[in-house]
Ligand binder design. Structure first.
Ligand SMILES: Nc1ncnc2c1ncn2[C@@H]1O[C@H](COP(=O)(O)OP(=O)(O)OP(=O)(O)O)[C@@H](O)[C@H]1O
Length: 263
């Protein structure tokens, strides 16, 4: 049984439907990426999963149970954490305050208390420990993105939704962020990744869905999508070889995230 399933979902804003008849499955422990152009509907899709936007048609199942009508808070309590596009961290607050706010809903699922979860995310992102009491507004775009991901992890999610984590982040740090996402998956976390940077997203994903004009037009194993002539032409540009451009892992991840992430 998939951990998350969308059946024939449509959603939109005001009178207009943006997302149309979308079917999608996300199995436990995989990275599924949504690729597509600016405005294709990727954010709309992930918002309908976390409940920031309610589906107007269709059904969304989490762990086999319908969540279509649940509030975002209830979905977060079930373990669906959304790291939104643009990060949306609280710039006037400290790192510590941002992280603590991310712990909403974790008490039901995590075996760890807040202090232990804080410790764990700071092990993952050492800069957050170094700047624990600094105001988040002084961070670079990339550092803010790390904080946003860490804040998402504080809720001990079962699914982590990442919307455009590369947006506004310097290229070197983008590579690190993608490596980190891959490592989180390797530690057992299930990830739904909406990303315009199709090459890097598909390089770390297990499967992908191509979203065009609010519809899923193609889906499959990320490896196959990377080699699909249509994807190469539309999303990867010339020279689609050398797919995996991420730096090699420099060291194994010392940290076990298993306590943060419930099976
Ligand atoms: N809050 C909103 N109100 C009205 N229309 C919106 C809103 N958010 C997005 N849209 C529209 O929905 C369509 C899909 O946008 P969406 O943000 O889902 O695309 P996307 O694939 O995530 O692209 P991007 O990477 O630019 O965010 C676009 O036409 C956009 O203008």
């Amino acid at each position: 049984m998939p951990l998350l399933e969308l059946r024939n979902v449509s959603a939109g804003y005001a009178r207009e439907n943006v997302l149309r008849d979308v079917d999608l499955v996300l199995a436990k422990g995989e990275i599924v990426t949504l690729v597509g152009a600016n405005g294709a509907g990727k954010s709309t899709l992930v918002r309908s999963v976390s409940g920031l936007l309610h589906a107007r048609q269709g059904e969304i199942l989490f762990d086999g149970k319908p969540i279509t009508k649940l509030s975002p808070a209830d979905r977060l309590t079930l373990g669906i954490a959304h790291v939104p596009e643009g990060r949306q961290i609280f710039l006037g607050m400290t790192v510590a305050e941002n992280l603590r706010l991310g712990g909403y809903g974790a008490a039901n699922r995590s075996k760890e208390n807040e202090a232990a979860r804080l410790d764990r995310v700071c092990d993952l992102f050492p800069i957050l420990r170094e700047r624990f009491d600094h105001t988040a507004g002084n961070f670079s775009g990339g550092q803010q993105q790390l904080l946003a991901i860490a804040r998402g992890l504080m809720s001990a999610p079962r699914v982590l939704i990442l919307d455009e984590p590369s947006l506004g982040v310097a290229p070197l740090l983008v590579a690190e962020i993608f490596q980190m996402i891959e490592r989180l998956r390797d530690e057992g976390l299930t990830i739904l990744l909406a990303e315009q940077n199709a090459r890097q997203a598909l390089a770390i994903a297990d499967r992908g869905y191509v979203v065009e004009n609010g519809r899923v037009t193609l889906s499959g194993r990320a490896k196959d999508l990377l080699e699909s002539p249509e994807i190469v032409e539309k999303y990867l540009g010339a020279g689609a070889g050398g797919i995996k451009q991420l730096p090699e892992r420099s060291k194994p991840m010392a940290l076990k995230l298993s306590a943060l992430i419930r099976d």
